[in-house]
Design a protein around this ligand. Structure first.
Ligand code: ADP
Ligand code: MG
Ligand code: MG
Length: 210
């Protein structure tokens, strides 16, 4: 069962990589107002290498948790940048939560997402409102917890992903309090946080595949 889930995750990672290739210049532009402009290329490179690592692990017989952890290692090793390291943390924590034994229920998925969010917050030491990917991830996590149980996993996930997309756009009003965009903070106001926008895109792509 975990092997079937692993196969599905490898397919989803391919779709995430293809989507991020399409969004590469948009994300790079968002990161250019106050950041260093590398968010599009970093996300593209990280996700492509993560997808390749996942495919290799799948062919070697890996379960879902091992596949996610290996994909996260490849992402952080190749993407560069703060977001590359943090995406490694996200996938690593997700892999630990999912494990290689049983396919998690919808409720368990919501719990795992909560654990991933807590881990990301511990590692990155950002708070809500600092204008980071957390400003999309925290609303997503809360919404998923609320929606799960009202429908199947795909329905709950997609409703929560819509919340994340709205929250990512709302970061345009914020001024960055952490990360590379902080020194030019005022230039960032009026533009959404690149990491929040890309996270919302990834959540939507995952949802299409559930
Ligand atoms: P870098 O800033 O190192 O060039 P990227 O451009 O790839 O890396 O990623 C920038 C994004 O990383 C930001 O838009 C923000 O969402 C996210 N980010 C930066 N610092 C943190 C942090 N401490 N916690 C969570 N997310 C962060
Ligand atoms: Mg950058
Ligand atoms: Mg950079």
């Amino acid at each position: 069962e975990s092997r079937a889930l692993a196969a599905k995750m490898a397919d989803t990672l391919d779709k995430v990589a293809a989507m991020l290739r399409e969004k590469m210049s948009e994300l790079g532009k968002l990161d250019s107002y106050a950041g260093d402009g590398d968010h599009g290329t970093g996300m593209q490179r990280g996700s492509e290498n993560a997808a390749s690592a996942a495919r290799k692990l799948l062919n070697e017989g890996a379960g879902a948790g091992t596949l996610l952890a290996g994909a996260g290692e490849a992402w952080s090793a190749t993407a560069g940048g703060t977001s590359g390291a943090l995406w490694g943390v996200i996938l690593g924590a997700a892999g630990q939560g999912v494990g290689d034994a049983d396919v998690p229920s919808a409720e368990k998925v919501a719990e795992i997402v909560d654990e991933v969010t807590t881990t990301l917050q511990q590692v990155g030491a950002a708070e809500e409102g600092d204008k980071t990917m957390l400003d999309a991830l925290l609303p997503f996590t809360r919404a998923l917890k609320d929606y799960v149980g009202q429908g199947n996993l795909a329905e709950s996930w997609n409703k929560a992903a819509t919340v994340a997309a709205g929250a990512a756009q709302q970061t345009a009003d914020l001024s960055p309090r952490i990360g590379r965009a902080r020194p030019l903070a005022e230039k960032s106001v009026g533009h959404a946080d690149p990491g929040a926008v890309s996270l919302a895109y990834v959540l939507a792509t995952i949802g299409e595949d559930l």
